[in-house]
Ligand binder design. Sequence first.
Ligand code: SF4
Ligand code: SF4
Length: 404
Amino acid sequence: MRQDDFAIDNCLKCSVCNAACPVFGVNAQYPGPKQLGPELERLRLEGISADTEWLEYCLGCHRCDMACPHGVGVSEMIAHAKAKHHKPLVRGLRDWWFARPGLLGKLTTILPAISNFALSMKLARFFMSKVMRITPLRTFPAYTKPNLRTPPARTSEDRARLLFFPGCFIRYNRPDLGRKVIELLERNGFATEVAATECCGVPAAANGDAAQAHAMARANVKSLVAGVDAGMRVVTACSSCGYMLKTGFGGLLKDDRELAPAVQKIAASTLDVGELLIAQSDAGMLNTDFQQANMRLAYHAPCHQKSQGIGRPWFHLLRQIPGITIEDLDAGCCGMSGTYGFKQEKYKISVAIGQELFDSINASQPQMVATECATCQMQIEHGTDFKAIHPVEIMLQAYNGKII
Ligand code: SF4
Ligand code: SF4
């Protein structure tokens, strides 16, 4: 890693990143991105040990990067240091599993009903909290058979072809949501193929497993590049997967001469489903054959959606459905950050970060919250009495005239 990769010399110690950091905002002991990033990085570059347990408390939300007026790669610096941080054995084992949702998904979906029963058993939750330090206060999402498939080709129609990167949550927990993505895209004139991909690597990077994140990036790039070379665009319905394909692979594989050109092509060809549909809308090509909905929604933008720099496509799409009123909550990070909120030692911080969002939802009193990140949905349903669903489901229901 070269010193200028993170633009460390651009840091003027202005502390704007600290003001944007959700963890810094709720925990006075957290050193903040300025210290964990550029300040300690200077020591690390000198070969001075600057390891600290606080590296583990970074959410990887990228808010510090977005806030920095000088383009310093703050969160990437922290992620690199986190990957070298020493963990006690049992916590290391827990994080090894958390870094591999694809492997976990493959194993649990051999017999999903038994896995779901085992994960909900009090004895198992007690063991997980005492030994693995996984909080018993969270509920695991149910696993289901990974039966998301490419629908049969409609040979009579000439449609633009897309490659769908489903990610682990859709593949192992919600393949029905994946089918809804495909149906929504079909209603807007696209033919969608399900890509044969692995986990995007965000959970591995978030859990400090750089080797696993790197392996996932390589496998996914090799799998996606043929489709992109054939002119297909890649679509994602998970904001973390989207961020990884657009930006994260570039960081992980920047020194990989073999794959670097493919990484760039994939990054340039990847779109969030909402981003694709808002472009259709701007071009006057969105299917607006919606039924009257009569619903009051609140919208929460996930951090990894914001860090893609694509605005709020789903907020603007859902507003086009007749009878829907929608409020952009603009209430910061939810605090869940994938597996972070499941970790016993981080649970209180996770919920404290989410409180601003919970208060905002309670003040808004919507019938439902729309947000495209599965773990944001989990956190919202954990911290409030409101249901949270993916905007894809709302839009598809509006075509079918059956809003929940
Ligand atoms: S990293 Fe950026 S925002 Fe943070 S102190 Fe340095 S210049 Fe300021
Ligand atoms: S990535 Fe998020 S949690 Fe981590 S230091 Fe930056 S702002 Fe704070």
